[in-house]
Ligand binder design. Structure first.
Ligand SMILES: NC(=O)c1ccc[n+]([C@@H]2O[C@H](COP(=O)([O-])OP(=O)(O)OC[C@H]3O[C@@H](n4cnc5c(N)ncnc54)[C@H](OP(=O)(O)O)[C@@H]3O)[C@@H](O)[C@H]2O)c1
Length: 313
């Protein structure tokens, strides 16, 4: 079983039709994958209703048609970003109140056709709800066995630490995983990737926090910059237009040539084998992309290759 690659199901049931979604899910499991990442809000921006749920519903139908499959996969889903008014995000994001969390997990379980999920995430911060309330509601789900483990996505490190302290004080389960955007290229200093939430990218502070808290798992979303490492039809956004990008792409090409792999595979190997290690969540639309990703996380970089990659600023 491969633990170091997560299948991102964000666009399953909307951009990827059911046949393609099932094909990718089947291939993922056949190749040894087990973690599947979704959210209650996927993918409201791609659906005419302006609301999410299609990804979880697709996963639910796939599980129903594959007897025994629920025991072979681990499901990670999220609460906090579903709009309460069609398509109006982030202004009407549901947030993380106790009532929202209780209601949202019930909806997710219903769509997924299961009675528990292995990992449940706060999708983004909700500063309008007292953190104690959020922490208590998530803690109750773990105590009830509905949720195996908790994670925080798109959180500032100080809020993560505050939530973990509150959980410790209340004697309930705390966040033990972080899901942020993470890849090899970095935007120009002083800017942030336009595709992510504020505090949504892995920063040096996140790395530092994870290094001193080994119980924290890091999951990396949009690790391949949506294919922009290799696709001439998809240029890098403007914030990557700086000398550091040129140097990093040159080293990526060098290491890809040495290992007989691709830029994408070196990026995935660099993430998965880093310290701390970051588990890539890949979004794929073809089996070939999925196979490329598996080969990427299976690649071990030499110390010298990693040093060259790390030091290219
Ligand atoms: N927590 C959060 O806020 C958050 C935010 C975003 C995503 N996520 C999670 O992360 C997952 C992945 O995110 P993502 O889809 O943004 O990231 P991604 O993996 O960087 O991009 C996926 C897209 O890149 C292209 N691609 C993938 N592999 C490729 C390859 N080998 N060669 C060329 N192009 C390739 C494909 O585009 P085409 O389909 O056009 O070919 C694919 O749809 C999501 O499914 C979701 O589970 C979480």
């Amino acid at each position: 079983m491969t633990d170091n690659l997560v299948l991102g199901a964000m666009l399953f049931g909307t951009v990827q039709d059911e046949r393609r979604s099932f094909e990718l899910l089947d291939r993922f499991v056949d190749a040894g994958g087990s973690w599947i990442d979704t959210a209650n809000c996927y993918a409201f921006w791609e659906h005419p209703s302006g609301f999410g749920g299609q990804s979880e519903e697709t996963l639910g139908r796939w599980l129903a048609r594959r007897p025994g499959m629920r025991d072979r996969v681990r499901i990670s889903t999220k609460v906090g970003c579903e709009p309460t008014e069609a398509g109006r995000f982030p202004e009407t994001a549901e947030g993380l109140s106790g009532a929202v969390i209780k209601n949202a997990i019930e909806g997710s379980l219903r769509r997924l056709g299961t009675d528990h999920v292995e990992l449940y995430w706060a999708h983004k911060e909700d500063r309008a709800t007292p953190l104690e309330e959020t922490v208590a509601a998530f803690g109750e789900l773990v105590a009830a066995g509905t949720v195996g483990r908790l994670g925080a996505s798109n959180h500032a490190v100080w809020r993560l630490e505050q939530a973990r302290r509150l959980a410790r004080e209340a004697g309930v389960a705390a966040y033990s995983a972080v899901q942020q955007h993470h890849t090899y290229l970095a935007p120009r200093p002083g800017t942030r990737p336009t595709v992510v939430h504020r505090f949504g990218a892995v920063s040096d502070e996140v790395v530092d926090y994870a290094q001193s808290h080994p119980e924290i798992a890091i999951w990396a979303y949009t690790p391949l910059l949506s294919g922009r490492y290799t696709r001439t039809d998809r240029p890098l956004p403007e914030e990557y237009d700086h000398p550091g990008t040129t140097r990093r792409l040159a080293v990526l090409d060098e290491v890809a040539a040495e290992t007989g792999t691709s830029r994408n595979q070196v990026v995935l190997a660099w993430l998965a084998g880093g310290r701390p290690s970051a588990t890539p969540i890949v979004g794929v639309s073809t089996v070939a992309q999925l196979d490329e990703a598996f080969a990427g996380v299976a690649l071990t970089l030499t110390t010298d290759q990693r040093e060259r990659l790390d030091s290219a600023a």
